[in-house]
Design a protein around this ligand. Structure first.
Ligand SMILES: Cc1cc2nc3c(=O)[nH]c(=O)nc-3n(C[C@H](O)[C@H](O)[C@H](O)COP(=O)(O)OP(=O)(O)OC[C@H]3O[C@@H](n4cnc5c(N)ncnc54)[C@H](O)[C@@H]3O)c2cc1C
Length: 296
């Protein structure tokens, strides 16, 4: 047994045979969905979570897909990290997702951990919430009462808290495809496979002539630095209409750093994390611009 790890308290287990079955089971008292289990099982071992019923959703293969549908990329909640990392269509339209997946944990976690689990865990240091926030994705939540869609920027309401209610499941993430745009995600971690000290994702939609491009819209996601809803909203606003150049990107990075609220922990002191927020934001913007212009 790992130091600090305990045995989880007693828990019932049911394997859902259909989406409806899963929703019925999840409506019961203190039931939790079990996807890859890479976050939930350690939380249970530490007694930070003690559900009465685990509803295993791994049989719901209809929730595992990545497909382009009109002007959206649709990603099923049960899609594994490894599948998103290997997806050609995701890589072509949203390199930010490939960048992020490449540095999430290790192959063992990526082979079984899911996109839905990653978003629903709502760990403030998770990479994907920042990437999807930068992309202004929408999530689809299904419950007995029907389906609702929620902007991912409103999905996380606090550390380890989302808007998914009892009896509901996150079923899908939808990402809008934007013309003349690209994206990037950069992370600093202490060693391969580790959680981020800080990470930033950027999405840029450019206008104007290729020789002097202008930012039409920017999305900036930050993780592990206490950015509200994983977003650097003030830096995004600053960039709109400005030249897509070094000066703008550096200034946007400084604004992002000013507005985040990192806390010191074993990964580093507050001012170091704030410095990383500035630097990673500027670099992610630079890389997104180069990709949008076909230079990278
Ligand atoms: C060693 C290690 C290193 C890691 N490093 C990183 C990292 O660097 N960056 C990073 O971003 N992440 C990292 N992770 C986290 C990893 O990405 C998540 O553990 C994993 O993706 C969570 O997905 P899961 O399918 O295992 O979720 P689970 O553990 O099964 O579930 C997590 C939570 O989400 C809920 N849930 C799951 N699916 C749904 C759904 N469809 N609808 C509603 N609720 C749902 C569960 O009830 C539970 O509360 C790391 C994990 C480990 C173990």
């Amino acid at each position: 047994m790992m130091p600090g790890m305990q045995v989880p308290s007693h828990v019932e287990y049911e394997r859902a045979t259909s989406l409806e079955h899963a929703l019925t089971l999840l409506a019961g008292p203190d039931a939790r969905a079990l996807a890859g289990g890479h976050s939930l099982i350690p939380m249970m071992k530490l007694r930070l979570a003690a559900p009465e019923l685990l509803v295993d959703i791994n049989g719901l293969t209809e929730l595992s897909f990545i497909r382009l549908d009109g002007d959206e990329l649709r990603i099923g909640a049960l899609t594994r990290h490894a599948d998103l990392l290997g997806s050609a269509v995701a890589g072509e339209y949203f390199p930010i997702l490939t960048d992020a997946e490449r540095v999430i944990a290790d192959p063992v976690v990526r082979n079984w951990g899911t996109i839905g689990g990653s978003l629903c865990q709502a760990d403030p240091s998770e990479d994907l919430p920042a990437a999807f926030a930068a992309l202004r994705a929408t999530v689809v939540i299904r419950g007995a009462g029907g389906v609702r869609t929620v902007p991912v920027r409103e999905f996380h309401v606090g550390p380890y808290e989302t808007v998914v209610g009892p009896g509901e499941l996150l079923t899908e993430v939808r990402v809008p495809v934007l013309p003349r745009s690209s994206s990037a995600h950069l992370k600093v971690h202490r060693r391969a496979g580790d959680w981020p000290v800080a990470a930033a994702g950027a999405v840029l939609r450019l206008g104007g002539p290729a020789a002097a491009p202008v930012v039409e819209a920017a999305g900036i996601g930050l993780t592990a630095v206490g950015a509200p809803h994983f977003v650097a909203a003030e830096a995004e606003e600053f960039l709109r209409g400005r030249p897509a150049d070094e000066e703008s990107f550096a200034a946007a990075g400084a604004i992002a750093a000013d507005h985040c609220r990192p806390v010191a922990d074993q990964r580093g002191p507050e001012d170091y994390k704030r410095h990383l927020a500035a630097e990673l934001t500027a670099r992610a913007l630079r890389q997104a611009a180069a990709r949008a212009l076909g230079e990278a």
